[in-house]
Structure formats: C-alpha cells, structure tokens
Design a protein around this ligand. Sequence first.
Ligand SMILES: Cc1cc2nc3c(=O)[nH]c(=O)nc-3n(C[C@H](O)[C@H](O)[C@H](O)COP(=O)(O)OP(=O)(O)OC[C@H]3O[C@@H](n4cnc5c(N)ncnc54)[C@H](O)[C@@H]3O)c2cc1C
Length: 496
Amino acid sequence: MNPYHVIIIGGGISGLCCGLRLLHAGYKVSLYEKCPKVGGVTQSLSTPSPYADYDSFASIRIHPHVYRQVFTDIGLNPHDYFSEIELDELYRLFYEDGSSFTFIKNGFSKSSDFESFYKESFTHYHDFINTFYKKYLSAHELILSRSLTDLGDVMNFDTLSHFIKLNPLISAASAIKQRFRNPKLRDFLLFQCYYMGFPPSHLSQLYATIPACSEVLGLTHIKGGMGAYVHALEKAFITLKGQLYCDAPIKRIVTHHHHAYGVLTESGEFKKADIVVSSVDYHFALTKLLGRSILFQKPLLSFQMTCSVFMLRLTLSIHLPKLSTHNLYLIQDTEKVFEAVAHGIMPLKFPMYLYYPSSIDDTFNKGNCTTLNIMVRVPNLSFNATYWTPKTIAHMRFLCLKHLEDLVGIKSITSYIVHESISTPSDLAQKFNYYQGAAFGLAPSYLQNAWLKPQPTCSFIDNLYFTGSSIHPGNGISIVMEGAKIVSHLIQYNLV
Ligand SMILES: Cc1cc2nc3c(=O)[nH]c(=O)nc-3n(C[C@H](O)[C@H](O)[C@H](O)COP(=O)(O)OP(=O)(O)OC[C@H]3O[C@@H](n4cnc5c(N)ncnc54)[C@H](O)[C@@H]3O)c2cc1C
C-alpha cells in the first residue's frame, strides 16, 4: 500500500471506476457522493413494492468488453459481480408510416430482408460498418485511450498523419448521407450518432463509429440493468476497502498556491487529501468547487452544451410483445428535430428511444407488471429554463403516450399504468449539478474535441484531476470508463 490518500468527488461510473483502479494500485481512496446512492445517471430508481426498480437514464451498452475490462484489469472476475444477457436483436425500429424493421445480431443471413426493406445493398452497408469499425479501432488507439494533455502527445508526425487519414473533419451526417439514399436507413444511423446529444451534422464522422461498434461488437444487457452494474462496481469498491460516503456533497476543493489540500463538505468538515479527482460536471467543478471563472480556460472552449432529455418511466400491467429491449421510434423529419432541439425548439412531433428491459430480463417484471422507459431529447436549459411547467410536462407525457399507443397498437395505455416517474432537464441540473441540465456534458463539436476538450489534468493545480462526460475522451459509459483509466494512469505514473 502506498501512503497517498485520494479523494474522489462524485460516485458516478467515472468516479467508481477511477476509484477501483487506484485502490488496486494501493492508494487509499475516499469517494464522496452527493446523492443517497452511487451511480449518478446510471443508478437505479426505486419504485414502491412489489414493482421493479427503474434504470434511471442510461441503458444501451455500447462496447460491452469495456464493462468487463474494469474488473479483469484489477484482477477480479466480472462474472462474480454481474451477469450478461446477449441480445439477439440489436434494435427494433418503428417508423412513422407504420413500417418496422429489426436489426439482429450477425444479421448477415437476413441480408435479403434488409435489401427489400431499405432498397439498399447489404454489401454496401456491410462495407460501411467494417470501414467505420476500423476507424473506431484507430481512433481508440490514437485518441480515446490516451491523455492529450501534453501537445507533444499529438503534435508528432506519426500521430498526426494517422489522425488525418481518419478524415475527422467530414461530418457524421455527410459520411452517412454520402453512402446511403434511403431516409429510413439514414435516420437509424444518424439517431445513433445523436446519442452524443449534438446534431450529427456538427459532429465528426468519427461518431459514425457508434452504429458500427454496435453491429460488430453486439449489444448485451446486464441482468438487473445498469443499476445492477453500478451495484457490482460498488461491491468491488467496498471489497477493495474503498471508503464510500453517500449523501455527502462537497462544497469546495481546498487549494493554496496551485496545490489541492483536500475538500470541504457541505456540512463544513475539511477532509485532507494528497490528490483530488473531480468526476462531477466540469462546469460545476470549475465555477462552484474551485470558484473560478469559466473564462481563461482552454482556447476556443465556449461551453456549448449538449441537449437534455425528458424521461417517462412506466410500470405497466400489460406485456408489450411488439417491443424489443432497445427500440427507436423514428419520424419523417428526424434529422430536422436534432437541429431544432439544438436551437432551443421542441417540436410537437419527435423521435423517441424506448427501453423495454422486460422483453429479456424478468428482474424488470415484478408484481405482474413490466417496465418501460421512454426518452426524448429536448433543449437544454440555456434556452428557456422556465419551460418545464406542470403544463408542459403533462403535454410531453401526453405526446409520448400517444406515440406509444400508435407504436404498440394499444388504445388507452394510461389505463395500464400502475406507477410512473418523470425527469426533466431541471432534475438533471438539480440532482446531479449538470450545467444547463445538459445530459451529455460539453457538446463534442469540432472546437471542443480531442485536445481542444478539457483534459484530465488541471493546468493551474498540480494534484487535481478531472474525469467524466465533459473531459477527454468524452461522454458515454464505456468512454468515461476509458477516461477513468487514463486518470488513474496519470496519477500513478506522472505524479507520485
Ligand atoms: C439521459 C441519459 C441517457 C444516457 N444513455 C446512455 C446509454 O444508453 N449508454 C451509454 O453508454 N451512455 C449513456 N449516457 C451517458 C452516460 O450515462 C454518462 O456519460 C456516464 O454515466 C457519466 O458518468 P459520470 O460518472 O461521468 O457522471 P455522473 O453519472 O453524472 O456522476 C457524477 C456524480 O457526481 C455527483 N455529484 C455532483 N455534484 C457533487 C458534489 N458537489 N459532491 C459530491 N458528488 C457530487 C452526482 O450526484 C453524480 O452521482 C446517458 C446519459 C444520460 C444523462
């Protein structure tokens, strides 16, 4: 055991994963979490007995191997902590005109179905998937798995020449539209890029690797959902003798002469540390925990944020056989909605993501009921923070349920609702301290990406580190796990 004490602020996926790696390396780790339980936006949400708890927000497991790697890297067997269910169906798509298509794992045998539905060559689609998966592998090696803190890391001939070959300046929307004419296929691919919370027309084509990774690596579901995965991380953290403090919000990072000495809790206690890691929203960390202005940060960083979400979670006294685990409802103007939302407008018609874990996992079927989450991307609070009145919430709920009824072909779905829970952008802002309630952190636009993005080290405090959605390499569960790995390496090999 080395003598250094690390305090981690925030017990989401990135805080927990960073903590686990540091514990394994012999550090003493204390983690402070504001909420009554850990997990951040991946925590489960309680329901009254006997119904199943909800997965609160995140649910799609892209890059499933990364979830296991956190455990294997620290000498634990992941299967002692959580179990996985392979999904034969990746996505079930429902289009506004009533048509539907299901993407299955290893869908090659179904190429004729694909061609007759989309009128596109399957070979061509397959080439796209392979090309973009290779781009992902290169991007992972060049960017995603490395700290870009030191310009020398990137400003060398080898890295730059490989990076340029990836053509990062072409947008994800152009890359997809150049290859495919069918609007339904385009919308499916574009929607997956939009997982980043920013319109694909303003994102590098490197984000078109998201659909490619899902096709090649498959999607798996963790029995019990994301909440069960958080529980697995928490169990490992405690087994490795990490100190976990929930309901323990941090008020300040205590610094003097470019050095962090510890943290001050909201209850006024000073906790001493040799190293501090902030895994909370980056804007919150700068402005509130450090009391700094957001000016004079990295050049070009404008704090343009991603969109937010409206979540409707339902416990239903009915089974919905039409739904798979991951379902997308795509409307004719799907891409226009991305742009509208980025400009602060909420259209009356919108695409939706529906997560129905009950179709595969009986953990979500308790009390003779099933569990469904509906997620809609909506403007963040920079546009109109007072928009979320009870009336607008009721209206959004009504529209979601109406779309749902059309999609599953069941009238009066409200009569089957046994319990429900709603979250709006204000909840993300209040519960998790998300700046502008932006669900996916800083927008990964061209000017806020790669080495232009905030990096894990702090330029003005030597023993302070950052991790999480707004920090390089960025947002998404598997990606923040990569970020946590980078931070733990920096701490081990750079500082002490
Ligand atoms: C609606 C939504 C849907 C998503 N869907 C997916 C998906 O399907 N698949 C996917 O891969 N990714 C998804 N993501 C992204 C992914 O969930 C996040 O990138 C990732 O979980 C972020 O983890 P984190 O630990 O960085 O942040 P968080 O989960 O935000 O954790 C930060 C923690 O810090 C705590 N905190 C805040 N302030 C303080 C304080 N002052 N003191 C102490 N603690 C504090 C918060 O309470 C929180 O627990 C989704 C995100 C959202 C919001």
